[in-house]
Design a protein around this ligand. Structure first.
Ligand code: ADP
Ligand code: MG
Length: 334
């Protein structure tokens, strides 16, 4: 095992933020920790990285401090250049200057940082800082690379490149990428195991709003129509046609009592079936020709006074529907 957690609890001011009786994370296997805000993802990564200690229990790691690296969501950068930051970790690990530069150059190029290599980090944008921190982590090739929401606040132009680099890193033998995300589609694309956290505990993984459908339309049009076997239909921005599995991030679904006039192409009429607390969010399950989950804040729930039986409209953009995978013919009916 890479990590073994036994009887781990983490409390902040007496309140339990994380409660993991048993968690085993094998070597060389990547994992995506998925869960709403406040579910304990960052707390868990800090315990794995050893940057924080549990209040109770133990975290065993099959390696030394050199074998694990945490890329934080709001990274601290050294007061030096972009290149200096990326090389520093390698220098600590004893790499010679020439060798370190040879390893860092292609990585910085892919991250769009090569032209910025001599810039001081103090003047960088948030997106650039995040890319520097990711480069600093990726360059090390450690056994356990911990990434806290690596795709959040990333410049759109680099999201695909960063995701590809993470996927490649995760696929290397003996390496494990342990990352957190809000995006279930990303977990699919990573091909990684998904561990779902809810209120500091492990839960069975709900893959929210995954639908098998037939994507219809014409290739020239950017928006296709997804026809679900359940009878519902909605619009999807994709260049794919045919049978597919799609998912809708529950955070992208807006609920209202009246249809809202917006640029979003999808507005489904439905009824609230159930509400369930998820940390700071609430999961609202709606029957709208298909069972749709929407995550809203506790504050919104209180403001709207939503309860089971209420008629609601669920609005989401065609671009909020992600094609997870294309399916062979004949599999779109499940
Ligand atoms: P996530 O990363 O999933 O959003 P966190 O691990 O940041 O969740 O937080 C889990 C819980 O612990 C939350 O309720 C949060 O408010 C609390 N928490 C996290 N860090 C601290 C801290 N330094 N002091 C007090 N409470 C904290
Ligand atoms: Mg967090």
């Amino acid at each position: 095992m890479l990590f073994e957690l036994r009887g781990v609890k983490k409390r902040y001011a007496g309140k339990v933020a994380l409660d993991l009786p048993v968690l085993d994370l094998p070597e060389g296997r990547s994992v995506v920790f998925y869960g709403p805000n406040g579910s304990g993802k960052t707390t868990l990564l800090n315990l794995l990285a050893g940057t924080d200690a549990p209040s109770e229990g133990e975290v065993l790691f099959a390696g030394g401090p050199q074998d694990v690296t945490l890329v934080e969501q709001n990274p601290y950068l050294f007061q030096t250049s972009v290149l200096g930051n990326v090389l520093q970790g390698l220098a600590y690990r004893g790499a010679r200057a020439e060798e370190a530069r040879r390893i860092a150059e292609p990585l910085l190029k892919r991250l769009g940082l090569w032209d910025l290599r001599d810039r001081r980090c103090a003047g960088l944008s948030d997106g650039e800082r995040r890319r520097v921190a990711l480069g600093r982590g990726l360059v090390l090739g450690v056994k356990a690379l911990l990434l806290d929401e690596p795709m959040a606040n990333l410049d759109r132009a680099y999201a695909a490149a960063v995701e590809a680099m993470i996927v490649e890193e995760a696929a290397k033998p003996g390496r494990a990428v342990l990352m957190t995300t809000h995006d279930p589609g990303q977990a699919f694309r990573m091909g990684a195991e998904v561990v779902y956290l809810s209120e500091g505990r492990l839960s069975p993984v709900p893959l929210w709003n995954v639908f098998h459908c037939e994507l219809t339309g014409t290739l020239e049009k950017a928006v296709k129509k997804a026809l679900l076997s359940q009878g519902a239909a909605f619009f999807v921005s994709t260049d794919t046609l045919g049978p597919a599995a799609v998912s809708i991030d529950p955070r992208e679904v807006i609920l209202s009592f009246k249809p809202i006039d917006s640029s979003a192409l999808n507005c489904l009429k439905g009824r609230v079936v159930a509400t369930a607390a998820l940390g700071l969010d609430v999961d609202i399950l709606i029957e709208a020709g298909c069972q749709l989950h929407a995550f809203i804040t506790l504050q919104s729930l209180e403001r709207m006074g939503l309860k089971p039986g209420d008629e609601v409209f669920a609005t989401f953009k065609a671009s909020a529907v992600k094609v997870i995978t294309r399916l062979p013919r004949g599999e779109a009916s499940s």
